[in-house]
Ligand binder design. Structure first.
Ligand SMILES: Cc1cc2nc3c(=O)[nH]c(=O)nc-3n(C[C@H](O)[C@H](O)[C@H](O)COP(=O)(O)OP(=O)(O)OC[C@H]3O[C@@H](n4cnc5c(N)ncnc54)[C@H](O)[C@@H]3O)c2cc1C
Length: 224
């Protein structure tokens, strides 16, 4: 694991993001010698996350990754790439929901006509599609900036925000379109519905993305 740990006391640095360093930790060895405990957390979806407890894990000087004291900066760099990755995942999810919903809306007949002929069914699917396409543009903008080595924080954060909201809109439209069948395991919709919900919260909650945009992009006062 890549571990971020404080290597200079908080009192000795100006900002709390300083004095942290990143280390490569051999998890198998740490678990074997009892200094690391890993406990899976049962969650809304499978294979989601674990709690990790560290108690005296040994790291050697050689295990340092990057520059000592600049660990938070190193982690931040990876976080922007992760935001782009998560945005891409949401866009994939969103497209899956939209395709499933449009196909079902065209074939399911209620009161003598396909349900997709009703605007109440059709419009939420179309709306989600438009949201997904817009998020996709922001995702590619962020990926391009990242690849050029240019500042990409605003685009990466906004891509994650827009894509997670778009996939959630698509998930809801898809579930509604399928009526009761949307809840049946065999359609896979309920599973993906649960999975895509995560991205409004992790790896950073959308509120915190908005706080970032408000402060760092729009220059408003820090809200937290
Ligand atoms: C399945 C899963 C996998 C995860 N995997 C990882 C992982 O691999 N690595 C990792 O580091 N973390 C991981 N996380 C943790 C995840 O990044 C956090 O849960 C997420 O960032 C939200 O932080 P929190 O849980 O501390 O919520 P909190 O910070 O406690 O926030 C709770 C709620 O309050 C809101 N809130 C908090 N502060 C403010 C504010 N100032 N203004 C407005 N709203 C606010 C938030 O938006 C949220 O709705 C995972 C979480 C889950 C559920």
């Amino acid at each position: 694991m890549l571990l971020l740990a404080r290597t200079t006391l908080r009192e000795e640095v100006e900002k709390r993001t300083e004095g942290l360093s990143t280390f490569l930790v051999d998890m198998r060895a740490a678990v074997a010698d009892g200094t690391m405990t890993i406990r899976p957390i049962r969650t809304l979806m499978n294979h989601a996350t674990t709690e990790i407890f560290l108690d005296g894990v040994f790291v050697a000087e050689d295990d340092l990754v990057g520059e000592e004291g600049r660990g938070f900066r190193h982690i931040l760099d990876g976080m922007n790439a992760e935001r782009v990755l998560i945005a891409a995942e949401c866009i994939g999810d969103g497209r899956w929901f939209v395709e499933k919903a449009s196909a079902y809306a065209s074939e399911r007949v209620v009161f003598g006509r396909p349900i997709g002929q009703n605007q109440g069914v059709q419009f939420p699917i179309a709306q989600a599609h438009a949201q997904i396409e817009a998020a996709d543009l922001m995702r590619y903008k962020a990926a391009w900036l990242y690849e050029q080595g240019l500042p990409c924080g605003p685009a990466a954060n906004m891509a994650k925000l827009l894509a997670s909201e778009a996939s959630w809109a698509a998930a809801n439209a898809c579930l509604d379109t399928h009526g009761g069948f949307g809840f049946a395991e065999e359609y896979d919709i309920e599973r993906k519905f649960r999975e895509t919900r995560l991205y409004k919260v992790a790896p950073i909650s959308n509120n915190l993305v908005l706080a970032y945009v408000g402060q760092h992009v729009l220059g408003m006062p820090r809200s937290y």
